[in-house]
Design a protein around this ligand. Sequence first.
Ligand SMILES: [Zn+2]
Ligand SMILES: [Zn+2]
Ligand SMILES: [Zn+2]
Length: 436
Amino acid sequence: MKLFKCQACGQDVYFENRFCGACGHALGYLPRAGIMTAVEPEGDVWRALAPKQPNLRYCANIEPDACNWLIPADQDEKFCIACRHNRTIPDLSVDNNLAHWRSMEFAKHRLFYTLIALRLPLKNLSEDSEHGLAFDFLADDPEKKSIVLTGHDAGLITINLKEADDAVREKLRTEMHEPYRTLLGHFRHEVGHHFWDILVRDAGRLEECRAIFGDDSQDYGDALKRHYAEGAPANWQDSFISAYATAHPWEDFAETWAHYLHIVDTLETASAFGLRIHPATTRNKALHADIVFDPHNAPSMQRIIDAWLPLTFAMNSLNRSMGHADLYPFILSEPVMKKLGFIHDIIRASAVPEKRPGKRGIFRRAFTASQPPASPNGPVAPPPVGPDIPAPMDPVVDPPIDPPDMPPPVESPPNDMPPEIPPSMPDEVPQPMHVG
Ligand SMILES: [Zn+2]
Ligand SMILES: [Zn+2]
Ligand SMILES: [Zn+2]
């Protein structure tokens, strides 16, 4: 993700901020422009301090503090382009539901940031009642003994609200022997199923995809049962990004898709901070990288991998220094990189032509922030992986599907403050080679 700043005072701000921690200006996100803007009231609408913007309104989900995105005031839409996809939100009068749903929206908005940055086609249910992308945020109902299964079905993504409970999610992660389980990871995985429908099945690329991910015509239900009964095959790391990816080619695709999103977003963040990885112990170019390109527009998967491997090595090492588990506890084998390459290709091929002028993402080389940003959720942490690097634990992902139905959506986001940054354009730098 890019870095953002308050146009009123120059303070750096987080994507989720509602107000500038330094000058108090209200803030909001302009999804089309891909920037945060400070805003000032103008009658019953808002005026952006970012240049060349129309008058604005906040998404209606600002009311429950679940969204900070802005909408042109002359549009009839009540919700922003991220919240417009909500079909069902939880009963906010129930204890903890509001807090958990906010956490969900936090992650969902980051998902949309990346989907928009990749210029992926996005339709909601009112635009495409058959295949529009929609979300049901549902809670288990102990009285009815109904359990919500997180999953995807024909454009509808259902997420069990309890996944937003850190203790519950950590328990599930441990029980399922997963090295990584996050809300953002769930969203990125589930939306991968949606884009398989659109960019593979409905785009005439089924055979091409099957050649890489395997034959998806095998019975999905049987495959999942087998996976949960027998676990992943031995040496799955040689060909899959996670143990769960071995369950069925659809899950392999969704898992790999999620990693593509993890990688481009994290690389953009690294680039925005001007990170350069030059380990003192080796001249191996595969472990060096100047991360100064926009991964959303990278010309090839190789370009992304060449930057990603050194970064994961550095990030995992940083985490280990703090006593944490690896930030990116996965290994990218050659077959997995090939799968990532397929996903890169279909995303690039589908990218909706950019409407706004200029390039996305400004990469700042000279980073002279005087103070670090305050984190929304506490300390901010980064990630990593590596070629001939210390191996992490073992990967896995999230569960299957099952949707119910319920009430309608709502809106609004969280907040927090941050620090401040300077500008300065970066440039493209040739990347070293990659590893195997
Ligand atoms: Zn400010
Ligand atoms: Zn919204
Ligand atoms: Zn799945």
